[in-house]
Design a protein around this ligand. Sequence first.
Ligand code: ADP
Ligand code: MG
Length: 240
Amino acid sequence: MISLKHVSKWYGHFQVLADCSTEVKKGEVVVVCGPSGSGKSTLIKTVNGLEPIQQGEIVVDGIAVNDKRTNLAKLRSKVGMVFQHFELFPHLSIVENLTLAQVKVLGRDKTAAKAKGLKLLERVGLSAHADKFPGQLSGGQQQRVAIARALCMDPVAMLFDEPTSALDPEMINEVLDVMVELAKEGMTMMVVTHEMGFARKVANRVIFMDEGKIVEDRNKDDFFDNPQSDRARDFLAKII
Ligand code: ADP
Ligand code: MG
């Protein structure tokens, strides 16, 4: 579903990604972790073309992301992305947030889009809040709306960039629970997170990054039980 081959990227003279290669198969959940500044956000942003690369090749569901002829808007509609900050439209109600891109990008009819939005709102347990505005919801609720909004587009894969790190502790689990459900239903996911309980529960593989490189890309149990690099060992010792 997602393939990165020898991906390198520079900001000016600074190399932020160095020869990164990995694959995410359909239905796989891959957790990306590593120290701050190691290139995790940049890596997952390259997957839906939010960050261009200078070397290598990225293919998502058969689409060559870095081919100039690729329609990036179409690609992004197929790959849902959820960031640390919820990025809902503050002046639109929850149901309008869920409907807008379906109508504008996919050309869905408004009634069908609204029905789909309400269905997904129910799935994240927020049916009662359809007519509220984002500012009236807690951070955890807003993040669940952001996930529902991405799902409204029928994505082939979902990318998450530290979706719980801006949340108060008591709200983290309500968001992780939605993500666990999604993983169990077979969604293909790349998740940047330091929530190692989540990784233990649902990840198939863990990618550990350091200084722009993929240092480990291994089966979850192998990674946790027997990290191969000193860097990953140090990292795990600090966060678990
Ligand atoms: P992580 O998500 O692992 O914390 P990032 O991918 O955000 O790491 O950043 C990796 C490195 O690239 C950091 O050193 C960061 O300062 C740098 N960086 C990120 N975005 C930019 C940018 N737009 N311009 C220049 N440097 C950047
Ligand atoms: Mg980051």
